[in-house]
Design a protein around this ligand. Structure first.
Ligand SMILES: Nc1ncnc2c1ncn2[C@@H]1O[C@H](COP(=O)(O)OP(=O)(O)OP(=O)(O)O)[C@@H](O)[C@H]1O
Length: 499
């Protein structure tokens, strides 16, 4: 969308909207978000934002009322807003989030968005540049690069005391063979915390739904027992709480906060690596919680024994309850997720389009969501129905990167290097297990990560029959479900291949 389009877009919707590309851009973005998000979410998080757009439309700064809200918006909405801005403006834009000073107006409607006169430099440097509205921006932080870090102080803030995201429930989590076991264990914990599976340790690759699942446990428990003390926390935040309690000598507060919980949901415990003091405090909290039959649910990117630089006594405790993996979703599950997420956005995604997207976006659910957002934004702004052709256009960058990066030759080389065999063995007729197995793994990955058909793959593996490829694909897929070590190896290979 060009600047003229934006002005026209903004004026066509707001009688009194100034013909101003920056303001028009944010207004268009707000309009879209109002359509896409549930009303309550929009009103709570998006509507109160004030925006400042650089004259050349290269940068948009959003001002947020407090640190907790800023962290939440960064974690939950920043990438969506950034994608929308890019789709609307037709070029890359930097999205920044900054704290607004207390005296600044907190509530603005789509019609009263704040915009700086012409001083993007002030916002860039994060200096206190008063705007025509008397707004004094705080330190902006780039939303496109920052990682979510909810603040500790937020724990005491009203409805967000638990740090649970109410949208992440069992209802919105699509079930499939990839997450069935983890989901049913989590449901069990939510129904009867402190009984079986304590601690529950959930592990898996990025963007596969671990965080979603632990929030679902907390939300479900609170629905049945609203008085329960539930806390969701990212491991990095726990580290930072430990540091703060040391600096401020507030150990009693720290203990009161963590040792008194009924349910502790802690995400990404691999971040405890090499943090001895934190590990000790976590060990104490862990023991205290288990002693009073409170439940602990943890997530990590690997299984307990695969964790590096974590004390053995913790690792053995992590493994003492139930350890379950979440796998990358299979094709049908990816399709179901796309269709469900599209509906949640009040859009329809025809099944054939969902299959097309699911076949091309295989790595994780977060990427699927990103692809869906791109398609829906593309469809809305071009006012075209969602179709395979439209999906192809909306995802052209992603598809071309994928096609460029992952070829069967690339897979053969990566797998051969990994298992220390010769690339030539991928095409040879040799059959010893030390060669045949990596070859089967490479065939499996070729089927998973490329668009090639079974006969095409067979051809590229020294002219083998398609039934040989099919056998390899099925065998590795089934063993992957049972053998943790193989699963880990495949994760590593997939991550390497995807760059
Ligand atoms: N089975 C599913 N059904 C619906 N949505 C899902 C499912 N799995 C994941 N998601 C969604 O995908 C996104 C990424 O999931 P989540 O943040 O839970 O992944 P994660 O495994 O914790 O990743 P990371 O290790 O990077 O933190 C979230 O928006 C989540 O709601």
């Amino acid at each position: 969308m060009t600047e003229e389009h934006l002005s026209a877009f903004a004026s066509s919707r707001f009688d009194d909207a100034p013909a101003d590309p920056g303001l028009g851009l944010w207004q268009a973005c707000l309009e879209q978000l109002a359509q896409d998000l549930p009303e309550q979410q929009f009103n709570t998080w998006i509507k109160p934002l004030t925006a400042q757009v650089a004259e050349d439309l290269s940068r948009l700064t959003l001002f947020v009322g407090n640190r907790f809200k800023l962290d939440w918006i960064r974690a939950q909405y920043a990438s969506r807003i950034a994608a929308l801005l890019e789709a609307l403006s037709g070029h890359a834009m930097v999205l920044e989030l900054a704290l607004a000073p207390r005296e600044a107006p907190q509530r603005t409607s789509a019609r009263s968005v704040v915009r700086a006169v012409s001083s993007p430099a002030g916002a860039e440097a994060g200096t206190a540049q008063p705007t025509p509205f008397g707004l004094t921006p705080g330190q902006p932080s780039s939303a496109t690069t920052a990682t979510p870090q909810p603040s500790a102080d937020a724990a005491s803030e009203g409805a967000f005391r638990t740090r649970l995201n109410p949208a992440l429930t069992f209802d919105t989590l699509v079930e499939g063979s990839a997450n069935r076991m983890a989901r049913s264990a989590a449901l069990h914990v939510a129904a009867m915390p402190g009984h079986l599976y304590n601690p529950l340790f959930i592990y898996g690759g990025v963007g596969l739904g671990k965080t979603h699942l632990v929030h679902a446990v907390g939300n479900q428990l609170l629905q049945e027992r609203p008085e329960a003390k539930v806390l969701y926390i990212h491991a990095e935040q726990f580290v930072s709480d430990v540091v703060k309690s040391y600096q401020r000598r507030t150990f009693d507060d720290f203990k009161a906060r963590y040792h008194g919980l009924d349910l502790l949901l802690i995400d990404d415990v691999q971040f405890f690596a090499n943090k001895d003091r934190t590990q000790e405090e976590f060990f104490n909290a862990f023991e205290a919680l288990l002693a009073k039959k409170s439940h602990i649910v943890m997530t990590s990117d690997t299984y307990p024994k695969g964790l590096a630089n974590i004390h053995e006594r913790l690792v053995s405790r992590f493994d003492a309850g139930l350890t379950v993996a979440i796998e990358p979703p299979e094709l049908e599950m990816r399709v179901a997720i796309l269709i469900n997420k599209a509906r949640a956005e009040r859009a329809e995604m025809p099944e054939e389009v969902a299959f097309f997207v699911a076949k091309n976006v295989r790595s994780n659910v977060r990427e699927l969501e990103g692809a869906l957002r791109k398609i829906l934004a593309y469809s809305r702004f071009n006012q075209k129905e969602v179709s395979i052709q439209l999906a192809r256009e909306a995802l052209r960058d992603l598809l071309s990167i994928q096609n460029r990066q992952i070829s069967v030759e690339n897979i053969q080389k990566t797998v051969a290097d990994y298992y220390k065999i010769k690339v030539a063995d991928m095409y040879s007729k040799k059959r010893p297990a030390s060669i045949a197995r990596p070859r089967q793994i490479a065939m499996y990955l070729a089927k998973e990560l490329t668009q090639k058909s079974l006969p095409e793959i067979g051809e590229l593996f020294g002219g083998r029959d398609h039934t040989t490829v099919l056998h390899a694909v099925r065998k590795i897929a089934s063993e992957r479900q049972q053998l943790t070590e193989l699963n880990q190896q495949l994760h590593v290979l997939e991550q390497t291949l995807k760059g």
